[in-house]
Design a protein around this ligand. Structure first.
Ligand SMILES: [Zn+2]
Length: 123
């Protein structure tokens, strides 16, 4: 991620800033589709003696966002960046495993930068 340079006369600068504003308002209103390919999600068990062998095998594994629900089909979001794995069944009462979106803030900043760069170049 780098710097976005906007050039032009005042009218062109105003147009660029309005395109940036539109990009940011759109993202504020709609966010992004969840679980995309550019995301990394790391699985973590409770790391104690009670963790089952199946879950133990997932501990520390990293999955692309669009692949998470292929592996953890009963997974449910407990926040925007954390999923309860529910490895064995829906609402799994025993599974304490989670998947956490790695460096979510940096990835979101990168996405916004890319969109603003696109808006800067589209004039
Ligand atoms: Zn588990």
């Amino acid at each position: 991620m780098g710097t976005i340079i906007v050039q032009g006369n005042l009218k062109q600068l105003l147009e660029s800033l309005n395109r940036f504003k539109a990009v940011l308002m759109n993202r504020e209103a709609y966010g992004w589709r969840v679980l995309q390919h550019d995301e990394d999600w790391v699985c973590a068990t409770a790391r104690d003696d009670v963790v089952c062998p199946l879950c133990r095998g997932f501990d520390g594994n990293v999955y692309r966002g669009d692949y998470v629900l292929n592996v953890f089909s009963y997974g449910t979001f407990i926040s925007a960046t954390v999923i309860k794995a529910n490895t064995h069944q829906p609402n799994d009462p025993h599974c304490r495993c989670t998947l956490e979106w790695v460096d979510a803030e940096a990835k979101i900043a990168e996405r916004i930068h890319d969109e603003l760069m696109g808006a800067a170049l589209s004039g």
